[in-house]
Every structure is written in structure tokens, then in C-alpha cells.
Design a protein around this ligand. Sequence first.
Ligand code: UD1
Length: 424
Amino acid sequence: MREYIRVRPNGPLKGEVTISGAKNSGLKLLAATLLTKEEVTISNLPPLKDVNVMLDVLQYLGSKVERIDDTTVKIKNDNITDYITPIELMNKMRASFVVTGPLLSRFGKSITYMPGGCSIGSRPVDLHLKGFESLGAKVHIGIDAIDVDGSGGLKGAPIYLDFPSVGATENIMMAAVLAEGTTTIDNAAQEPEITDLANFLNKLGAKIRGAGTKTIEVVGVKELTGGSHTVMPDRIEAATYMVAAAMTKGDVLVKDVVAAHLIPIIAKLRENGAEVEINEDEDQIRVIGADKPKAMNIKTLPYPGLPTDVQSQFMTLLTISEGDSVVKETVFENRFMHVAELQKMRALIVTDGNEARIKGVDKLVGTDVRATDLRAGASCILAGLVAEGETRVHDTYHIYRGYYDFEKKFKDLGADLEIIKVEE
Ligand code: UD1
């Protein structure tokens, strides 16, 4: 059985959409449970494919996982029997690599393989490994296995990251939690997911200060307790529906969001001509798309800049915005795979290295396109919402990695979107 997503234009999106828990935080919180032998409960976990892969990784290592409901799990790691994450699971998801920090911190050992995941440019893990070495671990890289040995004991150290990598900040922060002494991570990533992780670990007894700023300090503790945590809302999912509202000239109330996490998205939507109303008390944002969306320039940056994970959605909006726009991707190389798909839909885009120039067109035209990665898949759906005729988005599995219940959420807003199963 093969499937594709059929999208047909159906006018402006209207209504309400409730945002799920953040995939990129939930994954790290799950990995972090390896730091304690006590029971931990995590709620508001989005029931996504990537989350299931992380739960598979944990169970492989010996975790006892009890699913309380769709979005809540209880985990007890009092009998971890393995420190090797198998290659099949690493290939399914790059973020599996974040088990390295907690395994190293608690057991002094981790073997993983070169991470897989979305093909969005070369995604090395050198900064993670340099951090582990600074804490005293020995790193051995085989043909594809990465063996990190901290059996001699980890010692807190000053660490400077050449780039504020999200994954490296999280992995090193977790490795430092049970190390002896104090670790400082300078030029740390400041993404809200890192703050969420630090808040969770502090509830369990960790001593982390400064998460969400450029300098994080971790004072090592002997052990962590149990506890519970609710995953923060997914700012990228929220941004995707906000851009969808703008694309379709719709009027959408996005619920369960933290507006403070969405500042660049709100600013750029306003620059595009949309009306954005923020209701911080209710955790809601209303987006009313402009009648004539305007061209603008965007540049992706580490937080608090515009996230690379919304670059493709914004580029899609710009394909139908009046005038010439420039999109600059500075976080990943090769994150323009959606361009070829948008071009198939008659978007006018020319790329030069990490820069794309876009000339707004009056209309896009539906055709067969591929979700080449998770966010590229989202951009194909967004384009399909306004393209003339029918858009068929293939390779849908990428989209399931990051958008919980997207078919229902889009349909509830009035989109004509169906998942079509085809017998082969
Ligand atoms: C995380 C997010 C991803 C998001 C990205 C940037 C998860 C599961 N994924 O990915 O959705 O797009 O942050 O906001 O949370 N780099 C190195 N060496 C390293 C690590 C990273 O050179 O050791 C480079 C990468 O190649 C990339 C840049 O740093 O060019 C950013 O990567 P990073 O912030 O680490 O992203 P991820 O944690 O992989």
C-alpha cells in the first residue's frame, strides 16, 4: 500500500487549531529520563513517528515504558541493560544521538552510529564529541560506530561551542548533569526546547542555570530523582499553521502556543501584511492573512532568530507574495530541497548557494510533488492549499515525523486535504 496526500484549494482557512507538544523537546526529555533510575512521567508528548522511535531506543536499552494515554508516558530506567543504540534506530532518526550524553553521564559508556534523519545537508556531531572529550570522555570513531567512553569518570569543564548547535548544547548539558564539578557551555544554543529540558532536569534535582542564554552552567550532582513534566508547545507546528493562514488569506486562531517563542514568525507575518493578534493570557494567536501578501527578505538564524525549520513554509508564502523576495539559509547547507518541488508548481525561484530569489506569481499550479524532508513536506501541503487544481504530495512518511494529526487539523480549518491509499 502506497499513499499520498491530495490537496485541493478550498478558500481561506478559518477556525481554530490546537498545537501539540513540541517534538524537538519531547525527544530530548525522553532521552533525559536515562539520567535517573526513579520513575518519570512525561505528558503532552506528541504521538509522532519520531517519538515512537525514541521510545523504541529507550526500550531497546532496557527502559520500562508504560503508555498512560496518547500523550503521556511513564518511564522507569532502573534496569538499563545496554549502552549500544542499534544502527537501524539511529538510521530512523538523527535525534537518537542525544541518548549519548545521558548514557555517558550515568553509566560512563555509549555506543551509537552515525545519525540518520532528514537529509538537510551534512550534519556532523563533532561539537557534541568535542564537548564529551572536554568532560574527560574518550571518543573512538569506527567505520560508522561512535564509541564514547567515560568510564574513568566525567569532570566538569569549560566548553565553548564553535556554533550554537541545539543538539550539542543538549547532549553536553545532559552529560554534565552527573559529572563531578562545574561545566560551563559558552555560545550555547538558546532555543526554548533547551530551557524546557533544563527545567525538567532541575525538577529532578539537577543544578542547571542560564538555559535559554548563551552561557549555561551545570553543577554536577550525584543522582537525580523522579518527577513529571509537561512538554512545551511545538513552536514550529504553530508557525506552520500561522503561515497556512497567511497563505490562504484565512483567519485562524492558533491555540496552546507561547507567543514569546514565536517573535520572529509574528514579525515576518506582519511584514508580509498579515494581522496578528496575540492573547498571551489565553496562550492564543490569531492570524488574518493579507489580501495582497507582500514580498520580503528572510534569513534563518539560531534562536532568537527566524528558525530554519520554518524557512520552507515562509518561502512558500513568498512564492505568491507580490514582488521580489530573498531567502537566506544560514543554519544548514542544502536546505533548499523544497525549491525543486515548488518550481514544479510554477513558483519562480532561483537559488545561488544558500540564497534563493523568489518572484511572486499570481498563482501556483497543482501537480505531483515529493516531501523531500519534514518541513519541505509541510511546504508542499501549504502550496497545495492555494494551487490551482490538485496537488499530490508523495513520500508522506516525512510529514508524519513532525505533524501530529495534520489531516484532521487542516480539515477542521476547512482545507480540502485527503490521505489517499493506493493498492500497488
Ligand atoms: C535541531 C532540531 C532541528 C533544527 C535544528 C536547528 C531536533 C531534533 N532537531 O537539530 O529541527 O532544524 O536544531 O534549529 O531538535 N553542527 C555541526 N557540528 C555539530 C552539530 C551541529 O557543525 O556537532 C552544525 C549542523 O551541521 C548545522 C548546524 O550546526 O549546520 C545546526 O545544527 P544543530 O543546531 O545541531 O541542529 P540539530 O540539533 O541537529
